[in-house]
Every structure is written in structure tokens, then in C-alpha cells.
Design a protein around this ligand. Structure first.
Ligand code: MN
Ligand code: ZN
Length: 498
């Protein structure tokens, strides 16, 4: 889907056109470029601010139509709060807040990218530009009619006026590829399950070959040969055959061990024979949010030519009830050789991940593996939709993820692992069982995964609360959020590209 909002950069000296947006702090102070552009309107802004109780709080806006004495037809003032406290995520939010004020239609917008005390630096301007694009995202390809009052997609042409155009363009170029990756992940999560089933998902992932990503698709025959009995046990109940996709981006030193990302891609999860109640079952089209994030991330890394070797691996299945579906009580043999007693067929994500994790650990010997999965309802009970659950066998990796989470706003909260929890998944008939009961449900799921990573440094991020259906934010109005792409792209950029 073409992006309907265009964002570019112009010099401070460019004459504003159409809509003008400027920034002020919590004392209503403007920077010199904004003051010059506002000219005689500055006094009107003060009066309008008083009438509207606008106090310049971070991300708040003041909207003035047809201001007299200046050649623009709308002025939007964006509050920065106290500018000394601003982080990257604040600039994303400013961009989102601005895009949220724009109506549809083809509108020219000039934004003076200047804080009251200094011009925005290139990174800040780039973050602002991403915020605009992320907010403008819509998924409406299946709507043939528009609702009343809905004029369709935002079609604005936004120019950010900056101090150094070349530097801003240079800073935005890689960030724009990350935004593309997020858009891709959101699209995948939002797609209906009759359209996006394992083979189709694999086909879309394979399009990454245009960016020089090597893509290998494992079909049922190939997975059978590898002995992926845990994944195939889930897939066997569906008329749609399962797939695994291995994506490789080699932007780092030749021969250097890769970093690896593994995604749960359950294209639809009915629960299988342990079928779910019908309420909100439609949301289970999003049970592939982990795989969507991995594909979006691989896009971002390849498109911005990240200096890293990276593997992205996703397990794609549909979990359906059927005459051929797996039963509670079945015992399957995973690729690792470990056997698993199926207690509840709705605990399928960990079965899919078990084989993909093992395969990646053995084949690529990565520096670390991070898996993302909409794995448990229990993590939503524990953390709500603000934090994803983080589990790890490696303190350094966990701390890095925590840190980049705070910077990007895609936050993670570390949960415990330990032998006491591990005991809960021992089985009387097999090496383990696939659920450990209600208590600590996210933790026993993570303990299960840990049995398939061997000694590889590993982190598991349970995104059941953050990948889809989370409350709308300034930069995300979409059901599928694309959570994780910015987090992991930043992890790579900050720690693994040196
Ligand atoms: Mn399930
Ligand atoms: Zn699931």
C-alpha cells in the first residue's frame, strides 16, 4: 500500500505554505525561526493559548484557523513541555500528535523543527518524521465504502524545516526503512486469516529477496526430514500446510556469527481440539505477531544495510480442530530428540518455537537468539499492554533489551526463570509436557522454550499484550502495532554493528 503521507526536509529559510506547525515550551516560548515565521501572529497565539488553556505540555496542541497577518491558513502549535527532558520517543510523539491533527486530503504542511532554545538535531527531526508516518498508517484495504465523516487516508505533503537539510535527510534515511518494516509488520498482523495463511505468509517473507536477503522456505517434506515433530504436530490439523522460513541478511563481517530472531507465526489459533471459547476468537488472526515482527525487522536491517549478520526464522502454522488434529495425550518428538506430551493443544506456540529455536541454534550457532511470540494470556494478566514480558538466560542481553526498551518506548519487563518452575512441566509419560497449569503460565512457557535453546544466549519476549489490540497511542492507531521492530533494530544498532 503506498504511503499516503510524504515527509521531506527543507531549509529554515523556506517560506511556509498551507499549514504551519511550530513548537513552544511550557512557558509558551518560541525559537527564533518560529518567532520570525509567526511575526504579528505571536500575540494572537498568546490570547488563543489563554482561551484554550493551552500550556505547552509535551505533545499537546493548539490549533488556530486562518490566522490574520500571515500567509498560511492554519497554525498548529505543539507543546514540548520542558525541552531539557526530551528523549527520542518524545519526538516520535510530537510527530504523531501533529499527524493526528491533520485531516485527509492533499494538504501542504510546513513544520519548523526547532525547540525554543535550539534547532532540533538531525536525529530528533528524523524521529519526528517517523512519528508522522507511523500515525498516518491505516489498514483499510478491505473497506469498499467510507463511513460518514471519514474522508479516507491522510494525503499530506509534510516539509520539516531544519537547520541542516543534508544532515536531516541522512539521519532519516535508515529510520525510514525501519518505519517501512513496522508498516510491513502491522499489515501482516491486520490481514485476515483467510488471506494470510502459512504459504501466503511465506510468499510475502520471500519478497525480502529484493533487498538481498537470502530466503529459504521449508515445506512439510523438508521439515519432516529435519524431524520437526513438534511444529508439524500443530500443523497437521489444518488444510493449510505449515511452513518455516529462514531469512538471512549478511551485512557484517564474513564468517562472523550472526544474531538470530525467531518468531511465532500461528496464522490462526482456534486452540485446536482444546478449542477456545468463541468470544474474541477473531483476534487469534494476530497470533503470528512474533513472525510479523521478525519479517519487519529483517526488512529494516536489510534496507538500511545494517553492518551485521542476522538470521530471521519463523514457524508458520494454523492451529485447527480436525479429524487429523493432534489430541491431548499425544506424544510428539521434537527436532532436538526430546519428547513432549501434549496436555492442551492450545499451548501450540511453544511447540512451533521449540523446533525453530533448535534448528537455528544448531545450524547457525548465533551470538544470541531472541524469540518473539504472542505466547500466553498470562503475560497480559501480569503486565497489561504497557510492557512485554522478557525472559532470558543471559543478564547482559536482558539488560540491553531493557535499556533499548526505555529509549524506544517499546518496553520490556524481566520475569523470572528457575528450576522450581521448570519442574512444573515434567511429564509422567514423556520428557516434558506442553503446559504447566494456570499458575505462572508465562513462566512455565518460557521454561519450556529454554529446553530448546541449549547453551545459546537467549531471550524470549512474550508480546501477547503489545503486538495487537493494545490501546491506541500517538504513533499507533492500528490494531496490529508492529511492536518489537524498533526495539530490536535499536538493539542491533547500539550494540552489534560496531
Ligand atoms: Mn494457543
Ligand atoms: Zn497461540
Amino acid at each position: 500500500m503506498p504511503d499516503a503521507v510524504k515527509v521531506g526536509f527543507v531549509p529554515f529559510s523556506a517560506a511556509p505554505r498551507g499549514i504551519l506547525a511550530v513548537f513552544c515550551d511550557d512557558t509558551l516560548k518560541f525559537g527564533p525561526v518560529a518567532r520570525k515565521a509567526l511575526g504579528p501572529v505571536a500575540a494572537l497565539v498568546k490570547r488563543a493559548a489563554a482561551t484554550n488553556q493551552f500550556k505547552g505540555k509535551g505533545g499537546s496542541t493548539l490549533d488556530i484557523l486562518e490566522p490574520e497577518g500571515i500567509k498560511i491558513h492554519r497554525l498548529i502549535v505543539i507543546g514540548t513541555g520542558r525541552p531539557s527532558e526530551l528523549k527520542e520517543k518524545d519526538f516520535l510523539k510530537f510527530g504523531g500528535a501533529l499527524a493526528g491533527k491533520l485531516n485527509s486530503g492533499s494538504e501542504a504542511v510546513t513544520v519548523i523543527a526547532e525547540l525554543p532554545d535550539n534547532p532540533m538535531d538531525p536525529g530528533q527531526a528524523a524521529a519526528m518524521a517517523s512519528g508522522i508516518r507511523l500515525r498516518a498508517y491505516r489498514f483499510d484495504r478491505y473497506k469498499t465504502k467510507k463511513a460518514d465523516g471519514d474522508d479516507g487516508a491522510l494525503n499530506a505533503d509534510v516539509s520539516l524545516a531544519v537547520e541542516d537539510v543534508a544532515a536531516a535527510r541522512k539521519a532519516f534515511a535508515p529510520v525510514a526503512h525501519v518505519v517501512d518494516g513496522i508498516v510491513m509488520a502491522r499489515d501482516l498482523v491486520n490481514e485476515p486469516p483467510n488471506v494470510l495463511y502459512p504459504e501466503e505468509f511465506a510468499r510475502r517473507a520471500a519478497e525480502l529477496d529484493k533487498l538481498d536477503v537470502q530466503v529459504e522456505i521449508l515445506d512439510v517434506k523438508a521439515m519432516t526430514k529435519l524431524g520437526m515433530g513438534a511444529l508439524l504436530g500443530v500443523a497437521q490439523g489444518s488444510a493449510r500446510p505449515g511452513r518455516a522460513v529462514i531469512m538471512r541478511w549478511n551485512g557484517g563481517k564474513r564468517g562472523e556469527a550472526p544474531v538470530a530472531f525467531v518468531g511465532k507465526g500461528v496464522c490462526f489459533d482456534t486452540g485446536g481440539i482444546s478449542i477456545k471459547p468463541s468470544g474474541s476468537m477473531e483476534d487469534m488472526k494476530g497470533d503470528m505477531g512474533g513472525a510479523a515482527c521478525v519479517v519487519g525487522l529483517m526488512h529494516a536491517l536489510a534496507a538500511r544495510k545494517a553492518h551485521v549478520n542476522a538470521v530471521g526464522a519463523i514457524g508458520l502454522v494454523e492451529n485447527m480442530p480436525d479429524g487429523n488434529a493432534q489430541r491431548p495425550g499425544d506424544i510428539v518428538t521434537s527436532m532436538s530428540g526430546q519428547t513432549i506430551e501434549i496436555i492442551n493443544t492450545d499451548a501450540e506456540g511453544r511447540l512451533v518455537l521449540a523446533d525453530v529455536l533448535w534448528h537455528v541454534a544448531k545450524k547457525f550457532k548465533p551470538k544470541f537468539m531472541i524469540d518473539l511470540a504472542t505466547l500466553t494470556g498470562a503475560i497480559v494478566v501480569a503486565l497489561g499492554t504497557e510492557y512485554a514480558g522478557l525472559f532470558s538466560n543471559n543478564d547482559e542481553l536482558a539488560e540491553r533489551l531493557h535499556k533499548v526498551g526505555l529509549e524506544t518506548g517499546e518496553r520490556v519487563w524481566r520475569m523470572p526463570l528457575g528450576p522450581e518452575y521448570d519442574k512444573l512441566i515434567d511429564s509422567q509419560f514423556a520428557d516434558m509436557k506442553n503446559t504447566g497449569g494456570r499458575h505462572g503460565g508465562s513462566i512455565t512457557a518460557a521454561q519450556f522454550l529454554r529446553r530448546f535453546v541449549d547453551n545459546t544466549p537467549w531471550a524470549h519476549i512474550d508480546i501477547a499484550g503489545t503486538a495487537m489490540g493494545a490501546p491506541k497511542t500517538e504513533i499507533n492507531q492500528s490494531w496490529g502495532s508492529g511492536y518489537g521492530v524498533r526495539l530490536l533494530d535499536r538493539l542491533i544498532a547500539d550494540y552489534y554493528e560496531k
